[in-house]
Design a protein around this ligand. Sequence first.
Ligand SMILES: [Zn+2]
Ligand SMILES: [Zn+2]
Length: 262
Amino acid sequence: MRIRVLGCSGGIYQGAATTSFLIDDDILIDAGSGAAELTLEQMRAVRHIFLTHAHLDHIVSIPLLADSVFGHLVGNPIIVHAQQETLDVLQAHIFNSQIWPDFTALPDRSRAVLRLEAMPPGSRTEIHGRSIEMIAVNHVVPGVGYRVESTGRSFAFSGDTTSSENLWAALNSHDDLDLLFIESAYANRDIGLARSACHYCPQLLSEDLARLKHRPQVGITHLHPGEEAAIMNECREALPGWDLRQLKSGDVFVLERKDNNE
Ligand SMILES: [Zn+2]
Ligand SMILES: [Zn+2]
C-alpha cells in the first residue's frame, strides 16, 4: 500500500493545501484542495473517495474534480463513501444545482458521474485487497476517521477530531498499526478553541495518544497556517520517544507487504 499526501494543511497558501490523501492510485481519503495536485490522468484513475466529514476543507475538490474528468466518468462513476449525515450535506449544499450542478444525476440518473454510498461508522469496506474501516470520532459535525489495512500492513487517519474514546478503542482492537496520521490543528495556547471547535492541540493529543497500545510512525496533520513550527515543537515536547513528523504535501509512505515469517 502506498499513501501519498496531496494536502495536509489546516488552510491554504502557496505550497499548502487542505486534506487529501491518495491510497495507491484509486482511492482518495478526503478531497480537500490538495486533490488539485493530481494530473488529469491521475484524477481519471480515482475510483473511490472516502470522506471524514462535510467541512469544506475536506470536500472542496469533489465538485471540481468531477467536472474536470466528467466525460471519463459517464457510466464509470466515482463512488463517494461517507456516513449518511455527510452525504446529506453534500447533496443539499453542494450538489443542489445552485452552488454546483447535481453530478449525482448527470448526465442522467443511470449514468451519473458520482455515486454517493452511505457507510455506517464501525463498518468496513473491501476494495481490491484493501480493507477500509470507518471509525466515529469527536468533531463539531458528524466525523469519522479511517483505518486501512492491506497485505498485513495498516494505516489510520483521525480525520478532524478532539479527545475521543472511540478512536483509540477502535485502533486498540487490532493487533497492529504501522502508520498514523493525526491532527493537531492548534497550539496549546489555543486549547479553548481546540475544545470548542473539536480539534486537538498537542496537550490534548498527548493525553489521548497515551491510550494507544501501538507505537506507529506518526504524521501530524491539519496544522493551522503560520503555527506549524510552534505546534510541532509542542508535539515533540509532549510526546518524547514517539516517531513524529510534520506531514507535508508530496510525502509518500510505502507500507510493504508483511511476510509470514516477519
Ligand atoms: Zn472539520
Ligand atoms: Zn478540517
